[in-house]
Structure formats: structure tokens, C-alpha cells
Design a protein. Structure first.
Length: 264
């Protein structure tokens, strides 16, 4: 390849510093849009995590397109008439973002008994990595559109899910709450629950669990049955608030009809 042609191609892959900084700044804003929604819903990965993931993906994408040849060619001691032909693959670094983001997303996924929580948050982190790559590659319009679509999916679909969820619960007028906590925090946790549902408690039962270990003291199981007819609170948010209390080791909610026996 002639030297003039090679230099022209090399220059095409370089970006001005102000353009790079603007893309990184934009990625921070786009990450904040989705991160705010996750922050307001008190998810494990919130504003800062989504911003950093989006910024990092943008930086790695820009690095993958950077022209390292302009830094190395001036120092290359080549014989006269010999030209260097370097094969560049901008997708190599960018491809590792897709795999690497899985480690961060995995940290947002939590196992809660027989269920898994945090998959949506992990997916939003994965999505912001993709938006960061779009921003780094200069596809600004697509990046902004994708961010708005992700925000609407999380915000609007979240509301729709809660409405459908509560609609399905209209026929369920009883709620069983089982909480396992440490013996030292029994009174504190019981106070929180009984204050929230002071007029709705039907039955309350406290049972000591006799299976301590050397590092684990005795645990206590609190069992409540509530009358929830006509209640429209977000049980998901209430559960998250209770789970953040110190001493909680397990929490299970079961909805059923008053005419039915309590499901096992």
C-alpha cells in the first residue's frame, strides 16, 4: 500500500479530542437516564453503576477505533521503499464488552429462596453497555433512541405489570407473611410489620427454630395472616423495604382467598 494512501486511511480513524470528550459526556447522560429509573425503584444497580457502565463501553469502543499506527509508524525504522501494512480490527475490543458486562450483570442477580431477582437490572446494564458502544461509534441518534426506549420499557412496563399484578389479586383477600429473623432483632422487625398492618392482622404466630450452628444463633419465624381486601399498596416495594432491615434471613408472601385453606 502506498504511504500516502495509508496515511489517509489512518487519519480517517482518528478523532479530535473534543469529539471524544463529548461522546463520553453524552454516554454519561444516557446512562443517567436509565440509572435514575433503577435508583427510584431501589434496585441493586442504580444511577452510578449505569453511568459508569455506559461511559466504560464508550471509552472501550473509542479505543478499539483509535489509530495506534500513527504512534508507532514514526518510530519504525524501515528500509527505503518498504512500507508497513497493518491490519486493524476495531471490533476486537468492542466484542469483549458484550462478554465482560456479564460479570457486572451477574452481580445484580440475587437468589431469593426459589426465585431469582435482579434479572431486569442486569438486562438494563447490558442494554447500557450497548448504548455506550453506539455512542462511542458515533451513532448518536440510535443511542438516544435506544436509551429512551429502554427507559420507557422499564418505567411504563413496570407500571403496567403492577396494575396487572394487582388486578389478578383482586380475588385474593388474604395474605400470609412468613419472616425468618435473628432472635436479637425480633422485636424491631415485628414492630415494623405490625405498625404497617395494625388494623389488618388476623393471626400472629411466633416460632423459635431449633437449628443453631456455631456461627448462627437461634432464628425466629414470624407468621402473619392479613386481611388485604381493598388494599392497593405495592407489595414488591413493601417487601424490599422489610428485607433491608437488619436481621432478616428470609421472607415469603403468599396470597389466597378467605374461603380457601392457607396454601402450604
Amino acid at each position: 500500500m502506498p504511504a500516502d494512501t495509508f496515511n489517509t486511511l489512518a487519519t480517517a480513524f482518528s478523532l479530535p479530542t473534543d469529539t471524544i470528550c463529548l461522546r463520553i459526556l453524552l454516554s454519561a447522560v444516557l446512562g443517567a437516564v436509565v440509572g435514575l429509573e433503577r435508583e427510584f425503584t431501589q434496585k441493586s444497580a442504580g444511577l452510578r453503576t449505569h453511568m459508569l457502565v455506559c461511559i466504560g463501553a464508550t471509552i472501550f469502543t473509542i479505543i478499539s477505533m483509535a489509530d495506534f499506527t500513527q504512534m508507532t509508524l514514526p518510530h519504525a525504522n524501515l528500509p527505503e521503499g518498504v512500507h508497513m501494512n497493518i491490519s486493524r480490527d476495531p471490533s476486537r475490543i468492542a466484542a469483549q464488552i458484550v462478554t465482560g458486562i456479564g460479570f457486572i450483570g451477574g452481580g445484580a442477580v440475587l437468589k431469593d429462596g426459589g426465585s431469582i431477582r435482579g434479572i431486569t437490572t442486569a438486562a438494563s446494564l447490558w442494554m447500557m453497555a450497548a448504548v455506550g458502544m453506539l455512542t462511542g461509534a458515533g451513532m448518536i441518534t440510535v443511542a438516544v433512541f435506544s436509551t429512551l426506549l429502554a427507559f420507557l420499557t422499564l418505567f411504563m412496563m413496570g407500571k403496567l405489570e403492577r396494575r396487572v399484578f394487582h388486578k389478578n389479586l383482586k380475588e385474593q383477600d388474604r395474605l400470609s407473611i412468613d419472616i425468618i429473623c435473628s432472635e436479637e432483632t425480633l422485636d424491631t422487625i415485628a414492630h415494623h410489620v405490625e405498625t404497617d398492618f395494625k388494623s389488618d392482622l388476623l393471626t400472629v404466630d411466633v416460632q423459635r427454630l431449633f437449628h443453631p450452628t456455631e456461627t448462627e444463633p437461634y432464628a425466629v419465624q414470624l407468621h402473619y395472616v392479613l386481611d388485604i381486601e381493598g388494599k392497593t399498596i405495592s407489595w414488591t416495594r413493601w417487601r424490599q423495604r422489610i428485607e433491608q432491615l437488619e436481621g432478616i434471613r428470609g421472607l415469603k408472601l403468599r396470597f389466597f382467598k378467605a374461603t380457601e385453606s392457607l396454601p402450604l
